[in-house]
Design a protein around this ligand. Structure first.
Ligand code: CP3
Length: 349
């Protein structure tokens, strides 16, 4: 029998319809654990060249789809393309992570551009259009941006730090200047996400990797509020836009994040307490997650047990199977295959 309309399980879950076998993808699914990524990476020169050259970015986005037939492809780019389009200096040092010009005083903030140069982001839109044409009818396409708080932590410090203390200090010492950075990021993230939807993205994820370092009052102000404004800004133009939030480390603050932001799903890390998530989060929205990336490195019986725990905890409701954070470079590909086989077998009985 031929089906006239093909459903995408990933989008079904985001639309409120649980799937017997949870759809599956992995944060950072395109990356250094794949030999075919490392090969292209070596050819391309800088990491940003990789992101801004559609020939490379399309290929890298599709590499994990070909290998593993994930239910969703995430566009290959980075959250720091927004500061780059705002005219900030952004570099990726091999093995060291991002380096930016620190934006750590009110004087410097006064020089920050209000509008990103969208022409600089055009290659990302072109990559989305091309990937969309390449995907089969059951695979969804995800666009993304960083949440303003997380992007600001890198802009202020000029790099990643263990607990993003420079941005937290600036938010206490110079709340107006810090709010100015956040406002600029909110406005430009809305434009960027709308551009991604127009170019073919079918869902959006907002990465707030550093949400968990904030105390509750600061979390409400710097993580929840800006994310809520982005969700509202996007939905004003595209009312049915599907949006996933990832406030990593939010823990017991997740229910208020979900309620206030209006996201369709939250990505949860592996420390989340299952009954709290089921009762206060999954009862309202879909849940994505939350395998410990280290269990994926461990493999064997430990991996099987960890996969089974995620399924036992969350597969009774709307679940998108994923990791609790990005896949790590040293992960064996055979372990990814083992995880996928176990998840896909799970709905069969
Ligand atoms: O998920 C995907 O496959 C899509 C691509 C993607 C990348 N970065 C590619 C990347 C996505 C969604 C991101 C998001 C991102 N970038 C976040 C939020 C999610 C998270 O992982 O916490 C953050 C905080 C960044 C900023 C960033 N980019 C850092 C801190 C680093 C260095 C750390 C590292 O792993 O090297 C990057 C570089 C980066 N972004 C790489 C990749 C594949 C590695 C670059 C390389 O090949 O050298």
């Amino acid at each position: 029998m031929t089906q006239s309309t093909t459903i995408k399980p990933f989008l079904e879950v985001l639309s409120g319809r649980r799937q017997a076998v949870p759809p599956l993808w992995m944060m950072r699914q395109a990356g250094r654990y794949l030999p075919e990524y490392r090969e292209l990476r070596a050819k391309a020169g800088g990491f940003l060249d990789l992101c801004f050259t559609p020939d490379y970015a399309v290929e890298i986005t599709l590499q994990p789809i070909r290998r593993f037939a994930f239910d969703a492809a995430i566009i290959f780019s980075d959250i720091l393309v927004i500061p780059y389009a705002l005219g900030r200096s952004v570099r990726f040092e091999a093995g060291e992570g991002p380096r930016l010009d620190p934006l750590d005083t009110p004087d410097k903030v006064a020089t920050l551009a209000r509008d990103a140069d969208m022409a600089k982001l055009e290659p990302v839109f072109e990559t989305l259009r091309r990937v969309k044409r390449e995907l089969d009818s059951k695979t969804a396409l995800i666009g993304f941006c960083g949440a303003p708080w997380t992007v600001a932590t890198y802009m202020v410090a000029g790099q990643g730090t263990p607990d993003q203390a420079p941005a937290r200090m600036m938010a206490y010492n110079h709340p107006e200047a810090f709010a100015e950075i956040i406002d600029v990021l909110v406005e430009n993230s809305v434009r960027y996400l709308l551009g991604q939807l127009k170019a073919g993205a079918e869902a959006l994820q907002i990465f707030d990797t550093w949400a968990g370092v904030l105390p509750p009052r600061e979390f409400a102000r710097w993580s929840i509020e800006p994310t809520k404004r982005i969700v509202e800004g996007v939905r004003k133009q595209v009312p049915d836009a599907k949006i996933i939030g990832f406030p990593r480390g939010a823990g017991a603050l997740l229910p208020s994040y979900v309620e206030a932001t209006g996201v369709d799903a939250v990505s949860i890390d592996w420390t989340a307490e299952p009954s709290l998530i089921r009762e206060m989060v999954q009862s309202r929205v879909a849940v994505q997650g939350n395998l410990d990336p280290l269990a994926l490195i461990a493999g064997g019986a430990a991996l099987d047990r960890a996969v089974d725990d995620v399924l036992a905890n969350f597969a009774g409701g709307r679940l998108i199977f994923n990791l609790g954070h990005g896949i790590l470079q040293e992960t064996p590909i055979a372990h990814v295959e083992q995880m996928i086989a176990r998840v896909r077998r799970s709905g069969m009985h």
